[in-house]
Design a protein around this ligand. Structure first.
Ligand code: SF4
Ligand code: SF4
Ligand code: SF4
Length: 353
């Protein structure tokens, strides 16, 4: 092995590339260093201090997400001092907010802080609470902001500014009064927020949850079903979180192209139509100005007969209008049907503009 590019983590000699951090080398080699503020694809901030490790020769514990691996560096990831430090960090987070009601928190079961508190046997409310409380923001159409649960990790800020490049939120105020704010500390609905929900997806606790989170099953109670978003031709990969044959949450698939976890407001929040009782489930035929239900056979026979009659009588009287909500293959078939069967080039698409 090239000794220039070797780091020792927990006794294992591991190769690294220029610029790789200790955390990245560890992750690549399946060594578990817990993180909270770290967001894939964004510049590491070292804000939460959960990923601290012992580096031989260093006076203090170091945040492994920000420290580049170096030749002959010797790192230990789970020493008593590391464990003590992580426990204290978690206890500080538990103290600084309202984290004693996991039983009724929508994030329970899918909360990084809860998971870490259990792992490091952290006790809640070990330190004195600073007392600064901001009321819950409930006025937004899709997102509920519970500032009492915010641990100021900054993931939402990075997701909004670095990943989605919406630049709608940032840190505001100072010290114990620090808060994640939109411009002018206005509610999200009055800010530059486009409700893509990226911040909700990356929030490691229950500080950002869907608006109806208290009325629907928690994400941890649902089963993810991977699918492709049907709203447009980008083809974002998403997980539908299903319980009792109903979709309750939608999250982007971080491991899949083209979106790598990101979604827009439609893909993330626009799924009510699936369970709508106003949805058409059977073909309708209009007779004397009124719709009546019909079988698929009857509707298709009628459509075929009328298309044949109209195309036969008036060349180019028929046209085919397709949609970005169907696949490329289906769009191809539709234009082929227009040209080869209806003998017309009248083909158009809702996303052509
Ligand atoms: S955010 Fe996490 S730790 Fe806090 S109450 Fe909710 S589940 Fe518990
Ligand atoms: S919903 Fe999207 S735009 Fe709005 S604050 Fe969150 S990440 Fe930013
Ligand atoms: S709202 Fe969530 S993601 Fe944003 S800083 Fe607070 S805890 Fe972190």
């Amino acid at each position: 092995m090239d000794k220039e590019k070797i780091i020792v983590i927990d006794g294992r000699e591991l190769r690294f590339s220029d610029g790789e951090t200790i955390l990245e080398v560890a992750k690549r080699n399946h060594i578990d260093i817990p993180t909270l503020c770290h967001l894939k694809g964004a510049t590491p901030t070292g804000a939460c201090r959960v990923c601290v490790v012992e580096v031989e020769g260093a006076r203090n514990l170091m945040a492994s997400c920000t420290v580049p691996a170096a030749p002959n560096m010797v790192v230990r990831t789970e020493t008593p001092e590391v464990i003590r430090s992580r426990r204290m960090t978690i206890e500080l987070m538990l103290t600084s907010g309202n984290h004693e009601d996991c039983l009724v928190c929508p994030a329970s079961g899918d909360c990084r802080l809860q998971e870490l508190a259990f792992r490091y046997k952290a006790k809640g409310a070990t330190f004195q609470d600073t007392g600064v409380k901001y009321p819950m923001e409930t006025v937004n159409p899709f997102i509920l902001r519970d500032f009492s649960k915010c641990v100021l990790c900054g993931r939402c800020v990075q997701a909004c500014n670095d990943v989605q490049v919406n630049e709608a939120i940032d840190f505001g105020y100072r010290g114990a009064a620090t808060k994640i704010v939109a411009k002018g500390d206005l509610p999200l609905k009055d800010s530059d927020c486009v409700f893509c929900g990226e911040c909700v997806q990356v929030c490691p606790v229950g500080a950002l949850v869907p608006k109806n989170a208290f009325k629907i099953p928690r994400i941890s109670e649902t089963t993810p079903v991977k699918t492709t978003c049907s709203y447009c031709g980008v083809g974002c990969q998403m997980n539908l979180h299903v319980k009792n044959n109903r979709i309750w949450h939608v999250t982007g698939c971080e491991e899949s192209a083209p979106n790598h976890g990101s979604l827009c407001v439609k893909g993330r929040f626009g799924f009510d139509f699936v369970a709508s009782d106003r949805r058409l489930t059977r073909p309708l035929i209009k007779e004397n100005g009124e719709f009546r239900e019909a079988s698929w056979d009857e509707a298709l026979d009628l459509t075929a007969r009328r298309l044949k009659e109209i195309s036969g009588e008036h060349a180019d009287a028929a046209g085919v209008l397709t949609s970005a909500r169907i696949t490329n293959e289906e769009n191809y078939i539709a234009q082929k049907f227009a040209r080869a069967v209806l003998k017309t080039n009248n083909v158009d698409h809702c996303a052509r503009l």
